[in-house]
Ligand binder design. Structure first.
Ligand SMILES: NCC(=O)N[C@@H](Cc1c[nH]cn1)C(=O)O
Ligand SMILES: [Zn+2]
Ligand SMILES: [Zn+2]
Length: 478
């Protein structure tokens, strides 16, 4: 079955309604990391439930339990499981996306309200938290479905939806749900392949298809000592200061040149082969691409392949922040009594949370002992996920490559991504099927950053791409 022109026409003629759909979704501040916003994440789930049901999807809102965050007992947002079509003659495609977003405050440096989709008519950019990560791609699937249901077109495959609301905060409860829904008569029965749209092109010109992700392991270091915050004029030079200890420890994790200083990590990384190295040389990328994506000339290397390998096939350690330290404007002369340092490690083959956590925790405890401080250190691993690599020669990838060539008239780059989507590996291992990452947005979208955007053309052409991919699955699956 070839793609009906009526599908493309429907998308083109409903552009403004689809942008409004994205605006409605961005307006719900579904920040999973913030307990105050948990009700909004749940509201976002309900909004999607209704949208899906209105399009004829059989929806189940799966309860995945509760979570304690900073002493507060909170409900986890439901995982939305949806079924559309059960024709045994058709392939069944499992779609995954997430409806939660990263935190965003105007005061972080946004030029516009992060929860009000702002369309810049000159550049065609749609600004808003979640526009690219991951509300735009999620709604792309709804747009595809709507074009078929309301346009009177038959879908070439059966669809299964799995939309979660905790991806940005460790996908709590999701693995257990997936594992419990595998088997005869269960939700995931009959799934032939998985498609996830939750990453980005490498640059702002060439579409890509992604066959690998880094894993992650995220830590919280707590240094405490004094029973309360102290006056630095009264107690400075009299007591061990938690923030001083913490800053020393955090500086021991990574050098300014990016070298991970935890012993044993580098030795675990899978060796680079000459054949693999050549793959990076071929990708359409430049130092200029990094610089324009980050907004400054701060790239660590002048060699594009070194930069790509740093993101795709080597681990990275990033320091994210210090909770409890004075951070407001002004010059408060406080000695904070208890501070929490946050950092994470992105994992590549053969690093896993299991073989890395022990190395990190032992190293930090040894380094803390060297400080000879009377304060106390606690190290926690908050969440983790293993790296993932798929077979890019599978028909699922052939379908995505052909769809990309149809929509964008170029062959996509085959990439590995530096970010982490832990459920990717769960799908691959528990369902035993091929998993594909088919991105909608561009490398300069600013996901997780200020002024996140999705280009209108990527949203509209991306919706066409997702639909075309379903037809190519029907045509290429074996
Ligand atoms: N678009 C995928 C993404 O941004 N994933 C997050 C997942 C995560 C893990 N811990 C916190 N968030 C990422 O940071 O890679
Ligand atoms: Zn995402
Ligand atoms: Zn994200």
């Amino acid at each position: 079955m070839s793609v009906p022109q009526a599908f493309y026409d429907y998308i083109d003629s409903h552009e403004s309604q689809f942008i409004q759909r994205l605006a409605d979704a961005v307006a719900i501040p579904s920040v999973s990391a913030d307990a105050e916003h948990r009700k909004d994440v749940i509201a976002m789930g309900k909004y999607l439930q209704k949208q899906l049901q209105d399009l004829g999807v059989e929806v189940r809102m799966a309860d995945v339990g509760r979570q304690v965050v900073d002493g507060q007992d909170l409900p986890l947002p439901p995982v939305i499981l949806g079924k559309f079509g059960s024709d045994p003659k058709k392939k069944t495609v499992q779609l995954y996306a997430h409806y939660d977003v990263q935190p965003a405050l105007l005061s972080d440096g946004w030029n516009t309200d992060p929860f009000k989709l702002t369309h810049d008519g000159q550049t065609g950019r749609l600004y808003g938290r979640g526009a690219s990560d991951d509300k735009g791609p999620l709604l792309g699937w709804l747009n595809v479905l709507e074009a078929h249901v309301k346009g009177g077109l038959e879908l070439p495959v059966n669809l299964r939806f799995c939309f979660e609301g905790m991806e940005e905060s460790g996908s709590e409860g999701l693995d257990e749900l997936i594992e419990s829904e595998v088997g005869p008569g269960k939700f995931f029965e009959g799934v032939d392949c998985v498609c996830i749209s939750d990453n980005y092109w490498l640059n702002d010109r060439t579409p890509c298809i992604t066959y690998g992700l880094r894993g992650i392991t995220y830590y919280k270091l707590t240094v405490s000592g004094p029973g309360r915050d102290l006056h630095s004029g009264v107690f400075g030079n009299m007591v061990h200061e938690p923030l001083v200890d913490l800053v020393h420890l955090m500086a021991k994790l990574i050098s300014p040149q990016g070298e991970i200083l935890v012993p044993g990590i580098a030795e675990l990384v899978a060796p680079l082969t000459e054949e693999e190295r050549k793959r990076y040389d071929k990708l359409d990328y430049s130092v200029q691409d990094v610089e324009s994506a980050v907004g400054a000339a701060v790239a660590r290397s002048d060699d594009k392949s070194e930069l790509l390998m740093g993101r795709m096939r080597y681990p990275s350690l990033s320091l994210h922040g210090i909770e409890g330290a004075f951070s407001a404007p002004g010059a408060k002369t406080v000695i904070p009594a208890c501070v929490h340092g946050k950092f994470s490690l992105r994992l590549v083959p053969n690093l896993t949370p299991e073989n890395v956590d022990g190395l990190v925790i032992k190293y930090l405890k040894d380094e803390f002992a060297k400080l000879d401080s009377k304060n106390t250190l606690n190290v926690e691993s908050l969440h983790g996920g293993k790296p993932w690599i798929a077979d890019p020669n599978h028909w699922n990838y052939v379908a995505a490559i052909k769809a990309t060539e149809t929509i964008y008239k170029v062959s996509p780059d085959l990439t590995r991504e530096g970010g982490s989507i832990p459920v990717t590996l769960t799908f691959a291992e528990t369902l035993g099927v091929n998993v594909l990452l088919l991105p909608m947005g561009r490398g300069d979208d600013g996901a997780h950053s200020t002024n996140e955007k999705l280009d209108k053309s990527n949203y509209i052409q991306g919706t066409k791409l997702l639909g075309t991919y379903l037809y190519e699955v029907a045509a290429n699956a074996t």
